[in-house]
Design a protein around this ligand. Structure first.
Ligand SMILES: Nc1nc2c(c(=O)[nH]1)N[C@@H](CN(C=O)c1ccc(C(=O)N[C@@H](CCC(=O)O)C(=O)O)cc1)CN2
Length: 287
């Protein structure tokens, strides 16, 4: 089945019997075929319920807007659901922000080129001009937006202007500038950052040196949604690698780059496939 005819229904609500039956019966009654279903209950005795359904739409007997209106009236109100439906078309647009480190950016561009990311990369924005040539070689617009520490507002105004209408998702691929609350608030739970440590350890700048100074035996990488507070957003994906006293800070950075690019790529892929639900400051990932 072409991806174009796939839609995804994401649900969260108080847990109680009958939810899966009511949702699947509703979709069946409108000629929809469910091709993937995952659910999670936080407490079988009556916690919160989360579900992700993927379904085919070619034989749907009503329009998308009619289906959504009916679902809200017939099912969602009955169970007190928070829900949304995401459609494959139009494809989500992704903008990538980068500084000088290229490894996380290259991983995303390579996956995208191979058709492994369900998105159109609309642009790359950087506070340095170093990566213009490789980005433009992929046929992607590159925008150099220098950051003046004395006037960070000016660069953010330009970034906001570039992103407007061109980004459903913003990815910070080792972008080394702290975003203002104003910019972050424009993209709630739609900015993903890769932090080069196993959060919550070693938040902030230079985490590998922090880790080395502590004599850690593992290093890590964390992909998370961005909130105004630095490195404090909901964690999406993490990974670690073992290290020893023989590793220098530069060795840790070398090992960390592989973790960072793979962790960010998984997080971006899962977001684009609508596999991530939020539960307070935590995520539930139906991977
Ligand atoms: N509002 C947020 N902005 C950003 C976040 C975030 O979680 N919330 N993550 C960072 C990425 N990051 C660590 O992963 C990070 C980037 C930059 C800094 C920092 O201290 N930057 C200095 C400037 C450094 C330079 O010019 O080279 C600063 O902005 O003053 C710490 C952590 C991305 N943005």
């Amino acid at each position: 089945m072409k991806n174009d005819n796939i839609a995804r229904l994401l649900i969260s609500c108080p847990d109680r019997p009958g939810i899966v039956s009511a949702v699947s019966s509703f979709l069946y009654s409108h000629g929809v075929n469910i091709t993937e279903l995952a659910q999670h209950s936080t407490d079988p005795e009556g916690g919160d319920f989360f579900m992700r359904l993927e379904f085919q739409t070619p034989y749907m007997d009503v329009s998308a807007s009619t289906l959504e209106k009916a679902f809200d009236e017939v099912v969602a109100e009955r169970f007190g659901m928070n829900w949304r439906i995401s459609y494959a078309k139009p494809r989500k647009k992704t903008a990538i922000l980068v500084s000088k480190f290229d490894h996380a950016l290259y991983e995303l561009l390579w996956l995208w080129k191979r058709g492994k990311l369900q998105t159109d990369i609309s642009m790359v924005i950087s506070n340095h001009d170093d990566l213009r040539a490789p980005v433009e070689a992929f046929g992607i617009p590159f925008h150099h937006v220098p950051v003046d520490p004395a006037n960070k507002e000016a660069s953010e105004e330009r970034i906001v202007e570039l992103l407007e209408g061109n980004a459903d998702l913003v990815v910070l691929a080792r972008y080394m500038q702290i975003l203002s609350g104003e910019l972050v608030s424009r993209y709630p739970r739609r900015i993903i950052n890769i932090h080069h440590s196993f959060l919550p350890a070693f938040a902030g700048a230079d985490p590998y040196r922090q880790a080395h100074d502590k004599g850690v035996k593992v290093i890590g990488a964390t992909a998370h949604y961005v909130v105004e507070e630095l490195d404090a957003g909901p964690i999406i994906e993490q990974d670690v690698a073992r290290v020893t006293h023989r590793h220098s800070v530069e060795d840790l950075k070398d090992l960390g780059r592989d973790l960072e690019r793979q962790v960010l790529a998984r997080a971006v892929k899962w977001h684009l496939e609508d596999r991530i639900l939020l539960y307070g400051n935590r995520t539930i990932v139906f991977k």
